[in-house]
Design a protein around this ligand. Sequence first.
Ligand SMILES: [Zn+2]
Length: 84
Amino acid sequence: MTGGKRCARCRRGTDEPVMIGAVEAGSGPGAILYACPPCARAYAEKWYAPDWLRAELAVRETAAEGEDAEGRAPDGAGVVDTEP
Ligand SMILES: [Zn+2]
């Protein structure tokens, strides 16, 4: 995709980096941590993983499934039959 990043967990390069966090530096710009998709998924299951990471992965899963997503009811909406 965009040149690839190095996974912060397994240290391998990945073409599909997922941002898993950022390092706050006292001075100067912080660093953004990336992980490869398998590591990101494993990281998201940890209790200390941020909620936005789970959301980010959920978005990716939905996007990957593509056309299939249409058959599902959105959150909070029941299945509504419009026909009598
Ligand atoms: Zn990895």
